[in-house]
Design a binder for this molecule. Sequence first.
Ligand SMILES: CC(=O)N[C@H]1[C@@H](OP(=O)(O)O)O[C@H](CO)[C@@H](O)[C@@H]1O
Length: 408
Amino acid sequence: MNREKLEEKLREYHQEHLLLYYDKLDDKGKEALSAQIEKVDLNIAALIHKDNGLAGKGIVEPLSGMERKEINARRDEFEAAGIQAIQEKKVGAVLLAGGQGSRLGCEGPKGKVNIGITRTLYIFEQLFQNALQVVEKTGAWVPFYIMTSDKTHEETIEFLKENQYFGYQEDYITFFMQEMTPSVDYEGKLLMEAPDRLSLSPNGNGGWFSSMVKAGLLEDVQSRGIEWLNVFAVDNVLQRIADPVFVGATILTGKDSGAKVVKKAEPGERVGVLCKKDGKPSIVEYYEMTPEMLHEKTPEGELSYSYGVILNYLFKLDKLIHILNTNLPIHVAEKKIPYVTPDGEYIQPSEPNGYKFEELVLDMIPLFEDCLPFEVVREEEFAPIKNATGADSPDTARALLKLNGVIL
Ligand SMILES: CC(=O)N[C@H]1[C@@H](OP(=O)(O)O)O[C@H](CO)[C@@H](O)[C@@H]1O
């Protein structure tokens, strides 16, 4: 697009300031900026006013799930069904790895964080170890789709290649990039990170499937005969991938989605909670729970909203395709967003100065017919690494890995 066309497009959305530095840019800079402006959704006002989150809207009630007792009683049956589906190549895995390890003091992809003590043990390495257990058990390779972001793509590919995918077969690994959305100030004006660059950030983990489709991977998924996708986060080193028992339980109970859950450790634990909203399974994210919901108890004295999701979901492919064009709610988060001033000065704010927009994978759940809440043992399957120290840190994860026999 030339200047005139860009101006015309921007005027419509009151974002003409994006061309403030345009005339001073060289041809490469002009092209780069123009490409970004063409690509982004400029209808920010619509984003800000979209339904924001689930909490407090609709009738929210507790939801009971499949508990350990029931799972253990039917374990063999579930496991056999899951193994069969994996051997028939019906299950694929999607690793959400777009995040950076900056909070853990490591620039670059979070999966590159080394949590070993006497040896190196990268987060990616541990996840592949977990996946290899299933390969060993079933004799079948589970195709892995790895979602990266603009900021982590090249480095992730390079790192995994260098390390020979930690023993996983290269033919079963495919990368795709998460899409980006613009950040805005409190007036809804798009922020710029540099004179030739908008401030963009990953669009949240809810965009994983549409990003996969936009990357042209639906054909790949379908040609492999995949019917189920197991989506999971990079930050839980005890994550079981394509767990045959979970896969089998979801299939045999006739559900079209499943969510692994743990009993919450305490009311304030920072996990999304599986519940019912307007009669359908839904997840309310921890920061959207009301104090009443957080503390409500059953007559037996247990938390009413006790199932915390560990970001490990199973989705049926045909349903994912069916809901592909359904809009997910946009979650608006106030953040500190670096930007350039009209004089070209780069500012790194110490206080929040604007909004980022995210779609969340948990908002997909109500779009499915029914979801199986599948209870897992926290000590065996949930060791998230979110913070440098304290709760959910490398230290807590190491303790849990040790408990599971991993040598650090
Ligand atoms: C948007 C999203 O998927 N949030 C997840 C995710 O939380 P974060 O704080 O965003 O890492 O991981 C939690 C489990 O570690 C899970 O309970 C929660 O629902």
